[in-house]
Write a protein that binds this ligand. Structure first.
Ligand SMILES: [Zn+2]
Length: 385
């Protein structure tokens, strides 16, 4: 990375960050669940590599506190990252059935009572308790079908209205309703969560306003909820075995289609309901996003309680996001250094013994970022221009 940058020239920080995440952080991640129990001193060696790499990205001077350029680059400290990866792994394990060989490390044992270790099996329980996830229900990591998958019919998904949306105006509920009524004459219209009864039964048309769910059904692929997709397929398989057709279609929401409005109303009512009728387990992806959020909260707390990097804290309170950049490397470096409050101005030079007094050569006050930007009379001419 050092070959790619100087303080005033070089690759832009996004590219440098990609090099860091791709070539360095990935190595730190691999096996971190195992080596995470190593001693603090050993783990600190990794930290210092992370600091070096990220400092190069920002072009910060050496005296800059480490917490500051982690925030500037939107990279969490490695110990928090290990915590996140560890918790994700727990989530994967929980989703497997009891036969999975690694499940054993989660079981309680007499050793766990007697010894205090900081390896995965010992620690993870407390971590999860802290996150409030102990009693959570996780869906299977690999959902298995009771029906041979090749027997499934391809889901019929009608996206006519969705594709029309781009060209024509389909905000008229009457038009949508008559499209459904004529094309799917004699079908039971089911609006997601609510249904309208009809006497005949050529089949069922399921009307949903969620285009992402429909695309999942159409492509037979769901990243966040593979378990629910499988359940839907099993249900449609059983219905179609009885000789009824099941078709899915997209309809626009909030334009006054009665079924859709009802579905919406009931869904909102249900969300306020205190008792749970049907227990739907969380998916792995959902739990992982909760974990991510919890880890971020810890990082945020660390940043608030940190005693270093307070100048940057007064500018940026929230952790997690990288500042929008777009200037050339030299300019970005200057902006970052001003944000850090660590520059080559006299007050900083004084601290490392490179200036006699640390005061401004022009007006004699301490030459800090604040002084130069707001008070120094030397630059007032520039302001007028
Ligand atoms: Zn001055």
């Amino acid at each position: 990375m050092r070959c790619l940058v100087g303080s005033e020239w070089g690759a832009e920080r996004k590219a440098l960050k990609s090099i860091y995440t791709g070539l360095i952080r990935s190595v730190f991640d691999y096996g971190s669940i195992v080596f995470g129990s190593a001693s603090e001193t050993l783990l600190k060696k990794l930290d210092s590599i992370q600091y070096q790499a990220l400092r190069l990205c920002t072009g910060a001077v050496r005296t800059t506190p480490t917490s500051a350029f982690l925030i500037e680059m939107g990279e969490m400290p490695l110990n928090l990252r290990r915590l996140q990866l560890k918790s994700n792994y727990w989530c994967n394990l929980k989703g497997h059935d009891g036969n999975h060989p690694c499940q054993d490390i989660l079981k309680s044992s007499w050793e766990k009572e007697k010894k205090k270790l900081n390896s995965f099996g010992w620690e993870i329980e407390n971590v999860i308790k802290d996150f409030g996830l102990s009693d959570i229900n996780i869906s299977q990591t690999v959902p298995l079908s009771t029906v041979y998958p090749s027997l499934f019919h391809n889901n019929v998904v009608d996206l006519t209205l969705l594709e029309k949306r781009k060209g024509e105006n389909i905000s008229d509920p009457y038009l949508v309703q008559s499209y459904l009524d004529s094309k799917y004459y004699g079908y039971v219209q089911v609006f997601t969560d609510a249904s309208k009864n009809s006497n005949s039964s050529n089949g069922v048309i399921v009307c949903s306003d969620s285009s992402s769910s429909l695309y999942s059904l159409k492509n037979n692929h769901a990243i966040s909820r593979p378990d629910l997709l499988l359940e839907i397929q099993l249900i449609t398989y059983r219905i179609q075995a009885m000789g009824l057709l099941v078709i899915f279609t997209w309809i626009p929401s909030h334009i006054g289609i009665r079924g859709n409005e009802l579905a919406d109303k009931y869904a909102k009512q249900a969300s306020k309901y205190s008792d749970i009728d049907i227990l739907v387990p969380f998916s792995r992806e959902e739990i992982k996003s909760i974990i991510k959020q919890k880890v971020k909260e810890r990082w945020q707390r660390q940043w608030e309680e940190d005693r270093t990097g307070r100048w940057l804290y007064s500018i940026q309170r929230k952790v997690g996001a990288m500042r929008r950049t777009g200037q050339n490397r030299k300019e970005e470096t200057v902006i970052s250094r001003l944000r850090f409050g660590h520059t080559r101005l006299n007050s900083n030079l004084f601290k490392i013994g490179k200036h006699r007094t640390g005061s401004c050569d022009f007006c004699g006050q301490e030459e800090t970022v604040k002084h130069v930007l707001l008070f120094c009379t030397k630059y007032s001419d520039y302001l007028l221009k």
